[in-house]
Design a protein around this ligand. Structure first.
Ligand SMILES: Nc1ncnc2c1ncn2[C@@H]1O[C@H](COP(=O)(O)OP(=O)(O)OP(=O)(O)O)[C@@H](O)[C@H]1O
Length: 250
């Protein structure tokens, strides 16, 4: 049985002047699953992501998050829906001058003034445990490996219990071992937290590792949307060429 859609993108179009970036994107992400949007540089992955969090408005089409049309919302309603998202960025974007503890506590201190210091401590400890990072709370980000920094970024992203985690190029520029630990982290977040995950990437092996379904964005459309095993068998000419850059000739 198909799960409930957490994110739905329906016939989304977006141009910047003459540049028609999104040309009728359709995508449905089921609750609790991981979808990777795979596409070459400049294919519009970030533009699509920005529509999903309501940072850009569609020229036409709709984006629904947990059943609400985000592009129609503003002010408090938009903030309420944005709270459903946690973001993990390419460069982790941690505050270098703060300890790991303070990094994870940051969104709680910013937005949840009702929490006492001991409640904050409880939440931070829980989130650090979830990403397998207990015991590093007093360290500074610079003392951690790249993979550990990513996990701190995830702990911070999930501090306020989002329903959806967005990962922006989480493995770009990482060595193979760190990439593997980030892949594992994305899988664990889905399995332990039940979050819906949307990953934008051009890292083919990582996409095949973490995705329940992969959406290939090409020329402004999703040209395939399939589980990894089925995508490998795709007859779509662009998908074949794109995958051959990694898997070699079929
Ligand atoms: N705010 C903007 N104003 C004008 N053009 C934009 C804007 N944002 C994106 N674009 C254009 O939209 C196209 C898609 O950009 P986007 O950043 O979404 O690509 P991408 O697939 O995320 O690429 P990469 O993998 O390199 O990050 C590009 O041609 C870019 O120049």
């Amino acid at each position: 049985m198909a799960g409930r859609p957490m994110i739905e993108v329906i016939d989304l179009h977006k141009s910047f002047a003459e540049n028609h970036v999104l040309r009728g994107v359709n995508l449905s992400v089921e609750e609790g699953t991981t979808v990777v949007i795979l596409g070459s540089s400049g294919s519009g992955k970030s533009v699509l992501m920005k529509h999903i969090i309501g940072l850009l408005h569609p020229d036409s089409g709709r984006v629904l998050v947990d059943g609400e049309e985000i592009s129609k919302l503003s002010g408090r309603d938009l903030n309420r829906v944005r709270r459903k998202f946690g973001m993990v960025f390419q460069f982790s974007a941690l505050f270098d001058s703060m300890t790991v503890f303070e990094n994870v506590a940051f969104p709680l201190r910013e937005h949840q003034h009702e929490l006492s210091e001991s409640q904050i401590r409880e939440v931070v400890d829980e989130k650090l445990r979830l990403v397998d990072l207990d015991g590093v709370d007093r360290k500074m980000p610079a003392e951690l490996s790249g993979g550990m920094r990513k996990r701190v970024a995830l702990a911070r992203a999930i501090a306020r219990d989002p329903k959806i985690v967005l990962y922006d190029e989480p493995t770009t520029g990482l060595d193979p071992i760190t990439t593997e630990s980030v892949n594992e982290m994305i899988e664990n977040a889905r399995d332990r937290l039940g979050v819906t995950s949307l990953v934008i990437s051009h890292d083919i092996p990582s996409a095949f590792r973490v995705a329940d379904r992969i959406a290939v964005l090409h020329h402004g459309k999703i040209v395939e949307f399939l589980p990894p095993d089925e995508l490998r068998e795709s007859e779509h000419p662009h998908v074949r060429t794109f995958l051959q850059t990694w898997f070699g000739r079929a």
